[in-house]
Design a protein around this ligand. Structure first.
Ligand SMILES: [Fe+2]
Length: 281
């Protein structure tokens, strides 16, 4: 009897899953098993390293609760979330980027132009633009679900001093596709490093700062929704965003307000959103 080789074992495992009835699931499992086995063979993975991996993933799951999603954070810092975005992008639509772990569904629907934060949250900023289809036609009834941190770099869900849904809101366009909302100029913030993902970043010698941004999920009837950000062009972390979320087309100037701008804001930024036709949600 000759000893079993890694190749023989991989073949045996793949054969065991070859009968998976759902063709897409079969494809995903076959590819995943193939790459996972190849990873262990290529690196000569030790038992200790295998166990460390199991413990790391266990801790990642245990760090998750209703408001903390450590697995999404892990996917983000590995660039995997951004990769999935790229693979699923629609030509001609606004580029998407990571959802991140801080999205909370159910934000209040606000009046057009309303301020989503409090005076103490930062520099008052007007964000405005239009939501159109790829031909430039305005989209009526488009929904912008926006969220961001306060000037202290914390989301409401991380900060007991902020009321629930602070710096979050939903805005719905009219027939002209135009939108505007008041917020504060976004700041850089560190992603949380008190969990396993923090250990990973420390081990890799990477910083944990995100380039300043406002999150938006933009959707409209009959269109593919886009999950994206508006980045501040003057931010120092655009080239080294810890979750690889920055795309050139999403970088916008936050210009000082001038004559013709509302008197109650210090900065103004323009951001148009383009949606591709397709399935809602
Ligand atoms: Fe964020």
């Amino acid at each position: 009897m000759t000893a079993m080789t890694p190749e023989q074992l991989t073949k045996q495992v793949l054969a065991a899953y070859a009968g998976t009835p759902d063709p897409r699931l079969r494809q995903l499992l076959t590819s995943l098993i193939g790459h996972l086995h190849a990873f262990a063979v290529e690196t000569g993975l030790t038992r200790q390293e295998w166990l460390a991996g199991v413990e790391f993933l266990t801790a990642t799951g245990q760090k998750c609760d209703d408001e903390r999603q450590e697995f999404i954070l892990l996917s983000d810092v590995l660039g995997f979330s951004s990769l999935v975005d790229l693979i699923n992008a629609s030509d001609g639509a606004t580029e998407s980027t990571v959802l991140g772990p801080f999205y909370v569904p159910g934000a209040p629907v606000r009046a057009m132009g309303e301020q989503i934060g409090r005076p103490e949250d930062g520099s008052p900023t007007l964000v405005h633009g239009r939501v159109t289809d790829r031909a430039g036609r305005p989209l009526n009834g488009a929904t912008l679900d926006v969220w961001q941190t306060a000037g202290n770099g914390l989301y409401d869900t991380q900060d007991p001093q902020q009321p629930r849904f602070n710096l979050r809101g939903i805005f719905v366009t009219g027939p002209d596709g135009a939108y505007q909302f008041r917020t504060v100029r976004p700041v850089s913030y560190p992603i949380p490093v008190d969990g396993p993902v923090g250990g990973l970043l420390r081990g890799a010698g990477r910083h944990n700062w995100r380039a300043a941004h406002i999150h938006a999920i933009v959707s409209a009837p009959g269109c593919r929704p886009v999950t994206t950000h508006i980045f501040d062009a003057e931010n120092p972390y655009l080239d080294s965003d810890t979750v690889f979320g920055v795309k050139d087309s999403l970088i916008k100037q936050f210009r000082p307000a001038g004559p013709g701008d509302p008197a109650d804001v210090s900065f103004v930024t323009d951001m148009d959103f383009v949606l591709a036709a397709g399935e809602d949600g």
